[in-house]
Design a protein around this ligand. Structure first.
Ligand code: 13P
Length: 249
């Protein structure tokens, strides 16, 4: 029922030249993928990437969006600017934004509501630190992050929402959550959404990805778990061959 979705988060990597080389290799490699395949690229590469993937099965994503339509917000990007370039998905609330750039549950929620209002599909990131995992507070923390991010989102909009569960301790560390851990934690998030909306909405509409050192070696085990609907891929999305192997897990 829930189509798998594998998205690359390029973060602050790749110039236009790198983008051309990477996508030239990637496009044929994922042409027959069954999973939905998305590349979330830096703003400066959106136009190039959009032109290159036109007519292919790769979808275009950005790495953030501001909550206002336009105005005096130096350094930010608006939904209309992204839509004009064919962007369909947008990552919101990545832990790196929360950790280094003052992103809060409240600003995440404002961005999510704006994305949906404008017709962009948010990939909302939630996740706990190692300390929060080990002390056991991660469950309530993830439930709170989920509830706050989705405040004001209607059940009709849930099929446009993707949640990415990314344990901070697994990002860029080579340390992955075990498939069972990832599955069980995603179930906590899905149960919260069932409680906030309805069981059917959480089961049939909402896709939840795992993210954190997902790579060609562990992708199939993670994707075999019933709760895991996809992956948000950092490091392994920067190499066409690795990313294509994850997409075709
Ligand atoms: P890595 O795959 O490099 O661990 O990054 C995960 C991530 O943060 C994706 O958003």
């Amino acid at each position: 029922m829930r189509q798998p979705i594998i998205a690359g988060n390029w973060k602050m990597n790749n110039t236009i030249k790198d983008t051309k080389a990477l996508l030239t290799d990637l496009i044929p490699l994922v042409a027959d993928s069954k999973a939905e395949c998305v590349v979330c690229v830096p703003y400066t590469n959106i136009q190039t990437a959009g032109e290159m993937i036109k007519g292919t099965n790769i979808k275009l994503g950005a790495e953030n969006v501001h909550w206002a339509d336009k105005g005096a917000f130096t350094g930010e990007i608006s939904a209309d600017m992204l839509l004009e370039l064919g962007v369909e998905y947008v990552i919101i609330g990545h832990s790196e934004r929360r950790q280094y750039f003052g992103e809060t549950d409240e600003t995440v929620n404002k961005r999510v509501l704006q994305a949906l209002k404008k017709g962009l599909k948010p990939i909302i990131c939630v996740g706990e630190s190692l300390e929060e995992r080990e002390s056991g507070v991660y469950k309530t923390l993830l439930e709170a992050q989920t509830e706050k991010a989705l405040a004001g989102v209607t059940s009709d909009e849930l099929d446009k929402v993707v949640i990415a569960y990314e344990p901070i301790w697994a990002i860029g560390t080579g340390k992955t959550a075990t498939a069972q851990e990832a599955n069980d934690t995603i179930a906590i998030i899905r149960n919260k959404v069932a409680e906030l909306y309805c069981k059917n909405c959480a089961q049939n509409k909402l896709r939840i990805q795992y993210g954190g050192s997902m790579n060609p070696k562990n992708a199939s085990e993670l994707m075999a778990m019933p709760e895991i609907d996809g992956g948000l891929i950092g490091g392994a999305s920067l190499k066409a061959e690795d990313f294509s192997k994850v997409v075709k897990y």
